[in-house]
Design a protein around this ligand. Structure first.
Ligand code: EPZ
Length: 420
């Protein structure tokens, strides 16, 4: 059982580079299966969800190699549908395994896999994914915890998503790129990682227009060609480090990013009294005390991302006054509050809203990551707290943060990972 020990009170100062986005790479890696031949992916994050995907691709017959600099080569010439049943174990381990359904439906027209796993932050149905596959002409059976999608052929269609869904947008795009005719997806997700998957597919020869807007149009093509592609910087890791800098009254420059992807976080941090200075491909965050209270509501991009509400909640614990978070995306994403209360925070959760009454300080103690982004929030709370905290549930953090302990240590944090 690994744990992370943090002794708070140290300002984060210096520079940090951001690696490729988890939620883009988890869509692009399966998408390489649609390209017959050898793709080269640069700036790939080294996280456990990606390692599960590498295992699945190898079991399907792909030759996957990785270099120390985050470059991954995927040769798919020997991929066949014969081993689909062998990737069930990995499919259960994460939410993003659902992209194997759209990809393998598009490639082989028949796929049966367990329903996906993932962080326990809500019901997380996949009805919109299924709506899209059926619109393309697939039959989709759900039974005994499995999804079985199959079709003689896939034909372009029009799909209106009832809810804005990152996963459904990417998944139906993966199923539609090789379909016959044109597919129109409406009320789609516009997150930077959705755009990045579309950019990868277009570079490989797909015909996708509108990614990043409310409507995506896909004209089916016969085949995709293997390409080299550099994964976009991780918006959520960047936001996590921005909040950590503000939480420690620090001065941190975050490089190799697209600042516009962080507009909502920059705006909220400025409201709380931090300085955020933008450059072409970097952001500098300078913390100031006292932190001021604010209110935020999570929304699909370009709204405030749900994946960063938990780190922001930590800041609100010590802001001078009353702050509030309304979580509109997931029904169960305030479990981390219980851990903050152990540290001395004063927070009341009522339905999908949490109200934070600022206290003078948090006090370090044993705390637990209850999901991936809650884990990042625990680290930020420990950085800010007086005394030492011991964080467990590190396996959640490993799912999405490539190098968070070393990155923070290099910025001056008193942080240590202990693997037993
Ligand atoms: C993706 O999850 C991300 N995961 C999540 O990041 C992120 O929090 C979420 O998008 C929102 O941005 C990956 O990309 C692997 P959704 P996903 O479909 O696709 C409802 C992290 O920490 N919905 O956009 O599961 C759903 O219940 C993780 O990196 C349906 O009702 O999210 C939710 O309320 C956590 N039916 C809302 O839509 C569906 O078919 C948004 O979910 C699909 C979703």
């Amino acid at each position: 059982m690994s744990k992370i020990l943090v002794t708070g009170g140290k300002r984060l100062v210096g520079e940090v580079n951001i690696v490729g986005a988890k939620n883009a790479a988890l869509g692009i890696l399966p998408a390489t299966l649609l390209c017959k031949g050898e793709c080269v992916l640069e700036n790939v994050p080294d996280i456990s969800d990606m390692r599960h995907y590498e295992t699945m691709l190898r079991k399907l017959g792909a030759n996957v190699t990785k270099s120390a600099d985050g470059t991954m080569t995927v040769d798919t010439k020997d991929v066949t549908p014969d081993a689909i049943s062998e990737i069930e174990e990995e499919s259960r381990m994460m939410r993003a395994s659902y992209y194997m359904i759209g990809t393998l439906l598009g490639l082989f027209k028949d796929v049966r896999l367990p329903l996906p796993g993932g962080c326990d932050i809500g019901a997380r149905p996949i009805d919109q994914h299924i709506k899209g596959f059926k619109a393309l002409g697939a039959t989709v059976d759900l039974k005994e915890g499995y999804i079985h999608a199959y079709a003689d052929k896939l034909v372009g269609s029009r799909v209106y998503f009832d809810v804005v869904s990152v996963g459904a947008t990417i998944n139906v795009m993966l199923g539609a790129v090789l379909a016959e005719g044109t597919t129109t997806l409406e009320n789609v997700a516009k997150e930077p990682h959705v755009v990045d998957v579309a950019n990868f597919l277009n570079k490989a020869g797909a015909k996708i227009v509108g990614a990043g807007t409310d409507v995506i149009k896909i004209t089916g093509v016969k085949r995709l060609n293997p390409v080299s592609y550099c994964v976009v910087a991780d918006q959520i890791t960047t936001g996590t480090y921005m909040v950590a800098a503000a939480a420690t009254n620090g001065d941190v420059t975050i490089r190799n990013i697209i600042p516009e992807h962080l507009d909502s976080i920059s705006a909220k941090l400025r409201e709380m009294g931090a300085e955020v200075i933008e450059d072409y491909d970097s952001l500098r965050v300078i913390g100031h005390t006292p932190l001021l209270p604010t209110k935020l509501k999570t929304l699909p991009y370009p709204g405030f991302p749900t994946d960063l509400q938990q780190p922001m909640g930590v800041l609100m614990c010590v802001a001078k006054g009353q702050s509030a978070i309304t979580e509109t995306i997931f029904e169960n994403r305030f479990k981390y509050v219980d851990e903050l209360v152990k540290m001395g925070a004063s927070v009341i959760v009522a339905g999908n809203t949490a109200v934070f009454n600022g206290v003078d300080k948090l006090t370090g103690c044993p705390i637990r990551a209850t999901d991936l982004r809650a884990g990042a929030a625990m680290i930020i709370a420990a950085l800010m707290a007086e005394g030492t905290s011991e964080i467990t549930g590190v396996e959640f953090i490993d799912r999405g943060y490539d190098n968070i302990v070393n990155d923070l240590k290099n910025l001056g944090a008193d942080i240590e990972r202990i693997d037993s």
